[in-house]
Structures are given as C-alpha cells and as structure tokens.
Write a protein that binds this ligand. Structure first.
Ligand code: PMP
Ligand code: GLU
Length: 394
C-alpha cells in the first residue's frame, strides 16, 4: 500500500519525458529533444580535473552533513562577490542538487496546512514539494505579457497561514528576470506579513538582458526572511553531479541540516571539491556558454514568432521559451482532436519526433516549454519539424 502523501503527488513531467525520449532513442527512433533543461556542454575540464584529484587524494569518505569548510567558504565568497550579500558558513547547507535544497527548505518551514505562494508559470517541482511537506500551494499568476511578479495579486493571496513565497529568477519556464523594484516590493511584503522568500537562483548566470538581483541583498530585514538556493547544474553544466546549496537564516539552516542528516547526509564528497574549483576557477566557460545560449534564444524566438497561430513573449534569462500554442487546441490531427498542451506535445512527439514539455506541467496550460539548451542544428531541425506538423492540423 502506497502512502496517501505519495499518491497525492504528480510525477515530474520534465523527468518523465526525459525517460520517454531515452526509451525511443533506445528503440532507434531519433528524437529532437528540446525538453530537458540541461546544458548540452561538457562540464569544464578544470572542474573534472579537480574531481579526479579529489578521488585520488582519498576524498571519498563521509563528511559533515552541511559540506566541507572549503566549499562553504567559497560559497560565502561567491554570495558576497556576485550577489552583494554576506553570509557566514553556519548558514550554508550544501545539498544533493538545488532540488534537494528547495525540498529541504519547504520541509523546514511548513507545518501541515501552511500556505506557500507560487507565482505561475512555475517550475514543475514547486507545487509537489509543498504538497509533500503537507503544505498548500497557492498559485498566483504573473503578468501575462511580461511574466513579471504581480505584487498586488501576491498581497491579495496572503493569509495568516502564508509561510513563504517561492520565486525563481531568472525563471524556468518563462525566462523572466525579476526587476529590482519588484523584488524590493516583495521583500517589503515579506516583512509586513512575516513570511519567508524562497529564492531559487539557479539560472543566475544565464541572463542575456538586464541584471540578476538577489532579493536577500536588498535589506537586513529581507535577508533574515530569505532562503537563497543556488547550484552548479546550469552555470557549470554539472546536472549529473548533483550538487547545490542554500543560504538561510540560522535556525532554518539548522533545521535543513537536521533533515538532511536523516535522509541523504552530505552531498558526494569529491563532487564538493570539484564545486570549490567551479566557484574559484574563473568564469570563462560561463561567458562562452552564455553567448551561445543567447544566439539560440534569438533564433528560436524568431522561428516561433514566424509560425502561424503561435505567440511568444521574449525571455531575458534561463534557456527556455514558453510559446502560446492554444490556437491549435480543438484542431484535428488524423481525426483526433488536440484538446490541450498534453495532446499537443504528444502529437509533436508522435508525428514529428520532437520532444517539448506541456505547459500545463508549469501551470501554463495554453503553452508548451521549449528548451534551447541544445545545439543550433537541433533547434533548427526541431523547428522545421514543428512547422511541418502544425501545417497538418485543421
Ligand atoms: N530550480 C529550477 C528552477 C530548475 O529548473 C532546476 C532544474 N534542474 C532546479 C532547481 C534543480 O537543479 P539541480 O540540478 O541543482 O537540482
Ligand atoms: N530543471 C530541468 C527542467 O526543468 C531539469 C529537469 C528537472 O529537474 O525538472 O527541465
């Protein structure tokens, strides 16, 4: 018998689709995968070499649950250097991916029935993490044109049970980069109504227009209510290494460490040494990756906007676009009606062998999410396939 808690969960659409694509590929079907939010670049050589050195030096044992001192120091230095916010190592918890840090954060602060406001469209896992902690996800749409935070709507959604607002800037799936002013206003709300801000900043380094603002840097009072989460997967092409971290108020950091101490313990020891190299070894590879992502972003946007019935807001960060394809809902492919974003994506996968993620998984049912963390050649082929598939819908 499976627990009610798990039965209430919806499996991750991004992770599941990745499995489907892998199965098709194993059967010899060539799929263009613009689904996974994963850089197609290799982890930089200097980081790989640091990992090899760490293994050779025997850094293969259990360590402190919250991470090695060298990494926590490098993280504090990074937060000060890049984000203008001072932390001491006692507030840092290194985790097995930013995903675990986010899950820990929600578990650390939610009592059953507590509400967590999630601006939408939002990443697939936020809603499920809140449900897993017996909390109540409260979805509040962002501005439909710009995907910026709607602060008035967030304030309207606040109740005495609100424990946190969970934000992600730059955003997956919209690509929005939240403005300093909107983060300032969100911070003031957090002070006024005494809730936390969980600030997921994993796409921080992938901004093509505008600046990244860490909400914790905006005032001392906001800092004391913010849990900053960041990682290595996106900036350093380290998705499979599974390492991320949080910087929190002291009691929250202690609670997260306690939870992690009973679930997964420390994140992989030698990977932590590689992460030290990532944070201290310079950003040349990030600059090169960002330049390529930007070219792909512009190309993909122009291709989507040229397609009949498709509208697509510009994205200034991360590596996703979120076109509205609802013009095609109600149309038929070989006699079968495409009702929603799931049918639409299934059609693209079956007919065009193109994998993209249904917007419904991100609380944006009129859309699909296309990741441009793939080569320009694959994006070109993917868009050619999509164009042909759309022309068949009537
Ligand atoms: N937050 C967002 C918004 C993401 O898209 C992802 C994707 N992986 C994560 C967190 C988790 O990252 P990690 O690989 O560090 O667990
Ligand atoms: N975050 C990426 C995505 O949204 C990777 C998959 C996942 O962890 O959800 O596609």
């Amino acid at each position: 018998m499976i627990s009610e808690r798990i039965k209430r969960m919806t499996p991750s659409a991004t992770i599941e689709l990745e499995g489907t694509v892998a199965e098709l590929e194993a059967q010899g079907v060539h799929v263009i995968g613009l689904n996974a939010g994963e850089p197609d670049f290799a982890t930089p050589d200097n980081i790989q070499a640091a990992c090899e050195r760490a293994i050779a030096a025997g850094k293969t044992k259990y360590i402190s649950v919250t991470g090695i001192a060298e990494l926590k120091k490098a993280i504090c230095d990074k937060l000060l250097r890049d984000n203008n916010v001072a932390y001491d190592p006692a507030r840092i918890v290194v985790s097995t991916g930013a995903k675990q840090a986010l899950g820990n954060a929600v578990m650390a602060i939610c009592n059953p029935g507590d509400e967590v406001i999630i601006p939408s469209p939002c990443w697939v896992s936020y809603v499920e993490m809140v449900k897993l902690a017996d909390g109540v996800p409260v979805i509040v749409p962002t501005d439909p044109e710009t995907f910026q935070l709607d602060i008035a709507a967030i304030e309207k959604a606040v109740t005495p049970k609100t424990r946190a607002v969970m934000i992600n800037t730059p955003n997956n799936p919209t690509g929005a980069v939240y403005t300093r002013e909107s983060l300032q206003r969100l911070g003031e709300l957090a002070i006024k109504h005494d809730f936390y801000i969980i600030s997921d900043e994993v796409y921080e380094k992938l901004i093509y227009e505008g600046e990244h603002v860490c909400v914790a840097s905006l005032s001392k009072e906001i800092y004391e209510r913010t849990i900053v989460v960041n990682g290595f997967s996106k900036a350093f092409a380290m998705t499979g290494w599974r390492i991320g971290y949080s910087a929190s108020p002291r009691d929250v950091a202690r609670a997260m460490a306690s939870l992690q101490g009973h679930t997964t313990s420390n994140s992989t020891t030698f990977v932590q040494w590689a992460a030290v190299e990532a944070l201290t070894g310079g950003e040349d590879t990030i600059v090169a990756m960002r330049k390529e992502f930007d070219e792909r972003r512009k190309y993909l946007l122009q291709r989507l906007r040229a397609m009949k019935g498709v509208t697509c807001p510009e994205a200034k960060g991360a590596f996703y676009l979120l076109p509205d394809v609802s013009f095609y809902y109600g149309k038929k492919a070989d006699g079968a009606v495409i009702k929603d974003s799931f049918d639409f994506c299934k059609y693209l996968l079956d007919d065009a062998r193109l994998a993209v993620v249904p917007g419904a998984a991100f609380e944006a049912p009129k859309t699909i999410r296309i990741a441009y963390s793939n080569s320009l050649a694959n994006i070109t082929e993917g868009m050619d396939r999509m164009e042909k598939a759309l022309a068949k819908l009537h």
